[in-house]
Design a protein around this ligand. Structure first.
Ligand code: HQG
Length: 183
């Protein structure tokens, strides 16, 4: 029996990046047909619709949303969809967890969305550290002056699972947090 993490990873792949891997299409807001996704998952993993519902409900980061007979990922897309999020006022400070190897480029160009639709920012240092630790190498945590950015007109969006999203963070709003300040 596959574990929930394998199913969840496959769902992230399909619903954020490559719906064609499951023969699915996403609508302009990122929704896919739940029944069709469950059929693919049943075929691939031998898991039922009940298993899919459990993966969605118990996902530690609440990555997916089900509405009636449709499902979508709540953030993290590389495919061009519109989550329909309304801009909202961010906390004064946000954080971004990354790696030392990217720091030079980030301080030159700012944070850019890379392969995703948005730059992802965390509400606290602890969450940013978890994001940073997904990759090998030395962790770097950046403090983002989101109050100043918002004051200068940059839009911020809060995803349904609590990730702050924006388009680009120019270097002047970034400051590296020194190691001794980290938890
Ligand atoms: C870096 C996970 C060079 C950026 C997490 C990051 C998050 C630059 C990497 C979500 C750069 C992109 C997203 C620049 C940014 N030059 N490197 N100018 N600007 N970078 O995975 O923020 O588990 O696309 O620092 O929890 O790491 O998928 O973004 O290291 O919320 O739900 O380029 O993914 O959520 O990597 O992570 P990513 P991220 P899930």
């Amino acid at each position: 029996m596959p574990n929930d993490t394998q199913i969840s990873k496959f769902m992230s792949l399909v619903l954020r990046h490559a719906p064609q891997e499951a023969g699915l299409t996403l609508d302009e807001n990122g929704w896919a047909d739940l029944g069709a996704l469950c059929a693919v998952i049943e075929h691939k993993f031998g898991a039922s619709a009940t298993d899919v519902a459990r993966v969605v409900a118990e996902n530690p980061k609440k990555r997916f949303a089900i509405e009636g007979d449709r499902i979508r990922a709540v953030q993290g897309h590389s495919v061009d969809i519109d989550l329909g999020l309304q801009p909202s006022a961010p906390p004064a400070i946000l954080y971004h967890g990354t790696k030392q190897e990217f720091l030079g480029a980030i301080l030159r160009e700012g944070l850019t969305s890379q392969s995703r639709q948005h730059v992802h920012l965390s509400k606290d240092v602890e969450t940013a550290l978890i994001v940073a630790r997904r990759r090998k190498g030395k962790d770097v945590i950046l403090r983002v002056d989101s109050a100043a950015m918002a004051g200068d007109g940059a839009p911020f969006f809060l995803s349904d699972n609590g990730v702050w999203l924006t388009n680009h963070v120019p270097p002047r709003y970034l400051q590296e947090i020194s190691e001794r300040e980290l938890p």
